[in-house]
Design a protein around this ligand. Structure first.
Ligand SMILES: [Zn+2]
Length: 353
């Protein structure tokens, strides 16, 4: 299957404070920039080692000193308009825009950490904001299919570029959706974090994929029993060990280390299955499902084993009941689930959008 749209176009714009903005589209981007925001402060994040958890904690204290406080009705992700207050994207139109976060937790410009009585390291890496649409209202599921396919291409391009940087070990596109998970900007967008280390959640994944081609084996063993949607190239399924209510994973049937390794038909299938899966979650309780969606791709050097996939972790277990991560989950890392994955499959299948 050949993608209807041909070539991915990318235009780089450097903001007055040096932050980069990339305009992606199926059409070349044109137009002169309008007014820009005041310059961002110099980023100064650093990492400190947590000896009891064996993991890094990232401090981006400048996030608390935000001088840029837009009025509530002002959206910094909307396109620019002559005479309107400037936002982060100084152009009147765009398909998908990506820019370096104004208050990054990881940055290519991170300074050396301050002298401290504990182990520290540079918070080198990147934090980017990915704006899915110039339209303020809407959601990823409600975007046209060609736009979701463009987004998968954008993830591939951003990961490829960022993983080529010597200081980056792992790159993760993700989306937090809904006020229940702390989202304050409703304009459809996601983010990308690039880490100078392989984070704690990803380390055991790497080890599992080194031992066996885990997702392909799981698909073989379960057949279509846990599948909610899918086609010849991609599948959406409830993992038989789901931790979150209505948890859904999207993967290509063939092992690929990241979206940068997808064939055109796999990109199209992955986008279509993802879009329908998100619409299904919204249909489940006839209200927008709050979720965290995470695209896991191979850390640098793990391309030979890793199987890229997207995990959607929803937070509603009933129309009015949120899943909270409380004592057992936070304190012990052990999830308590009150619904069987087999039931989730049946209910998700019945919730066709
Ligand atoms: Zn907006």
């Amino acid at each position: 299957m050949e993608a209807a749209q041909g070539k991915l176009h990318r235009r780089l714009h450097v903001k007055p404070d040096g932050r980069r903005l990339w305009l992606y589209g199926w059409e070349p981007h044109r137009g002169e920039p309008l007014e820009e925001l005041p310059p961002a402060p110099a980023p100064a994040p650093h990492c400190r080692w947590h000896p009891l958890r064996s993991e890094w904690v990232v401090y981006a204290a400048h996030r608390q000193e935000r001088t840029f406080k837009p009025p509530a009705e002002f959206c910094p992700l909307c396109p620019a308009a002559p005479g309107a207050s400037p936002g982060e994207i100084p152009f009147a139109a765009f398909e998908i825009a990506v820019f370096e976060n104004r208050f990054p937790s990881f940055s290519p410009l991170a300074p050396e950490p301050p002298p401290l009585p504990v182990e520290t390291s540079r918070a080198a890496g990147a934090c980017e904001v990915i704006v899915y649409s110039a339209e303020h209202a809407g959601s990823l599921a409600a975007l046209p299919e060609e736009r979701v396919r463009l987004l998968v291409e954008v993830w591939a391009d951003r990961c490829r570029e960022i993983l080529a940087r010597p200081e980056v070990a792992f790159a993760m596109p993700f989306e937090n959706r809904g006020e229940q998970v702390g989202v304050t900007l409703h304009h459809p967008h996601g983010q990308l974090y690039a880490f100078p280390f392989v984070p704690p959640v990803v380390k055991p994944m790497v080890e599992a994929f080194r031992r066996e081609s885990l997702l392909e084996r799981l698909m073989d063993r379960t057949g279509s029993a846990y599948e909610v949607d899918g086609d010849a190239n991609a599948t959406a399924f409830v993992p038989p060990f789901a931790r979150f209510p209505f948890e859904l994973w999207i993967a290509t049937r063939r092992r690929a280390p990241g979206p940068w390794a997808f064939e055109a038909a796999e990109t199209a299938s992955f986008a279509a299955v993802l879009r329908r899966s998100l619409a299904r979650l919204d249909a489940l309780f006839a209200r927008p499902m709050p979720y965290i969606a995470l695209l896991y791709a191979a850390p640098k050097g793990e391309e030979a084993h890793f199987h890229t996939h997207l995990q959607i972790l929803p937070f509603l277990r009933a129309a009015e009941r949120l899943k909270y991560l409380a004592g057992c989950e936070q304190g012990a890392g052990t999830f308590l689930a009150d619904m069987l994955p087999e039931t989730m499959v049946e209910r998700l299948k019945a919730a066709a959008p």
